[in-house]
Design a protein around this ligand. Structure first.
Ligand code: GLN
Length: 484
């Protein structure tokens, strides 16, 4: 059962080929026996999952099921879940149980999806390898000596290892797409504002966006359908109608124009990854897609711009973790200042501290204009590059990450090398654009991701192109050998 897509599982449930209870038990069993190798879950929710599965079975019998009713999924541990711990990968929130559900969680629950548990992640979503998690790193199911990518590495590894039918993730600079690429699954980061951020622990509020992580583009469409849409509780959530993503999947690609940014195919891109992209581009061509070169001249500025904007916002967002209202509190504080200092010193890991320090520095009087304001101006330029490109093409195609999964420990002591792993994903967050990563031909047995970027609210088009590629290839069906 675990090898089936959500679309197939949904059909099976409705036909009565198996029940949601059987399906849920099957996944829980897999998590129990296989996850000790991967560490992809921080918290399991076996009892509530079984109860939800029974309810889903009832709903299916009554004929009120949606496409997601009875489907076992996992949530990145950044989404608040009522009564179930939300740690955000941090010691700071190790004891935090939210009294409410994030909008994304509530909507998926309403649709009848079953929550198997919460997935491991880089601490406060800061990282590209899952090694900054307080709960230890996640292993890549394709090679357990390698990273799964980050920060949604737990979700990516769990979907790739078929420990859940699909999962949620969040993407501030690449955290859905890069782990999707490194684990060989499909991951969609929607347009900024497409999905509500309410109840999602904030990292960098102007960049954060939630999205689906699945085996196929069709499954991503099914999850996004429920996750997307206006939410009065998030003032940055767009009041835009949600199209029928599934209906759009089958559209012919003839005449679609795709642009290859010359800056994305230069030095720094692994030769194997480039060759695999060539193969996928040839498939798109054979489907009638018109391919042309484009330029995004400010691309080299995306990583430095992000590492001013994101830390600035994180230093402000993470100020709320002070040991007073919730989260970790140090033992026997001498006075209030000691309580703040030691609670934060003990609760946060080194990467989070580094970001808070950079953030407070770039926002401080005297440096604000030189760094923060300058970064905002560059962010605008980067956005304009994309708008010019979208006058020529419908979608942009490039790599998701510069290489395949790297060995655990390789980059953890070199922050800049780690930051460069997001070189192709970060600009879309700065510009608020949607992007999707798809598995293409592997290199030396390791997955490779192809990224498609669309203009604002063009998720339907991204999913359509992705689905058509998947209909004509079988790269997305590969399962890590140890998890078949
Ligand atoms: N790797 C990037 C960072 O560490 C992006 C993380 C993310 O998208 N949450 O900031």
């Amino acid at each position: 059962m675990h090898e089936k897509s959500i679309a197939e599982l949904s059909a099976g449930l409705r036909k009565g080929a198996f029940s949601s209870l059987e399906l849920t038990q099957h996944f829980l069993q897999r998590i129990e026996t296989l996850d000790p190798r991967l560490n992809s879950f921080i918290t399991r929710a076996s009892e509530t999952a079984l109860a939800a599965a029974k309810q889903a079975d009832q709903r299916i019998r009554q004929g009120t099921a949606t496409a997601l009713t009875g489907i076992p999924i996992a949530h990145k541990d950044i989404f608040c879940t009522q009564g179930l711990r939300t740690s955000c990968g941090s010691r700071m929130l190790d004891n935090f149980i939210a009294p409410y559900d994030a909008t994304v969680v509530a909507r998926l629950k309403e649709a009848g999806a079953v929550i198997l548990g919460k997935t491991n992640m880089d601490e406060f979503a800061m990282g590209s390898s899952n090694e900054t998690s307080w709960y230890g790193p996640v292993k890549n199911p394709w090679d357990e000596t390698r990273v799964p990518g980050g920060s949604s590495g737990g979700s990516a590894a769990a979907v790739a290892a078929r420990l859940c039918a699909g999962a949620t993730g969040t993407d501030t600079g690449g955290s859905i797409r890069q782990p999707a690429a490194l684990c060989g699954i499909t991951g969609l980061k929607p347009t900024y504002g497409r999905v509500s951020r309410w109840g999602m622990v904030a990292f960098a509020s102007s960049l954060d966006q939630a999205g689906p992580m699945t085996k196929t583009a069709e499954d991503a469409a099914l999850l996004l359908q429920v996750m997307a849409g206006f939410d009065p509780k998030d003032s940055t959530c767009a009041d835009e109608p949600v199209p029928d993503y599934t209906a759009f999947l089958h559209q012919d690609l003839r005449g679609l124009r795709m642009g290859l940014p010359v800056e994305y195919f230069q030095e720094g891109l692994d030769a194997g990854v480039a060759a695999s992209l060539e193969q996928a581009i040839a498939v798109f061509r054979s489907l009638g897609v018109e391919i042309q070169d484009i330029s995004l001249p400010n691309s080299p500025l995306a990583v430095p711009t992000y590492y001013v904007v994101a830390p600035a916002e994180c230093s402000s967002n993470l100020a709320r973790f002070d040991g007073v209202r919730y989260g970790h509190r140090c033992q026997d504080p001498k006075d209030l200042e000691d309580l703040y200092k030691r609670s934060r010193a003990e609760g946060f890991g080194p990467e989070v501290k580094r970001r808070i320090m950079i953030g407070t520095y770039v926002l401080s009087a005297g440096y604000y204009d030189a760094y923060y304001l300058k970064a905002q101006k560059l962010r605008q330029r980067i956005s304009e590059d994309f708008q010019r490109a979208f006058e020529q093409v419908d979608l942009i195609l490039g790599p998701t990450a510069p290489s395949t999964a790297f060995p655990l420990g390789e980059k953890i002591s070199d922050p800049v090398a780690m930051y460069l792993n997001d070189i192709y994903t970060i600009a879309t967050n700065l510009a608020g654009l949607p992007g999707i990563s798809l598995p293409i031909a592997p290199v030396c047995g390791l997955p490779v991701g192809l990224q498609l970027i669309g203009n604002h609210f063009q998720e339907a088009r991204l999913l359509n192109a992705a689905h058509q590629l998947q209909r004509h290839t079988d790269w997305h069906q590969a399962v890590p050998p140890g998890f078949a």
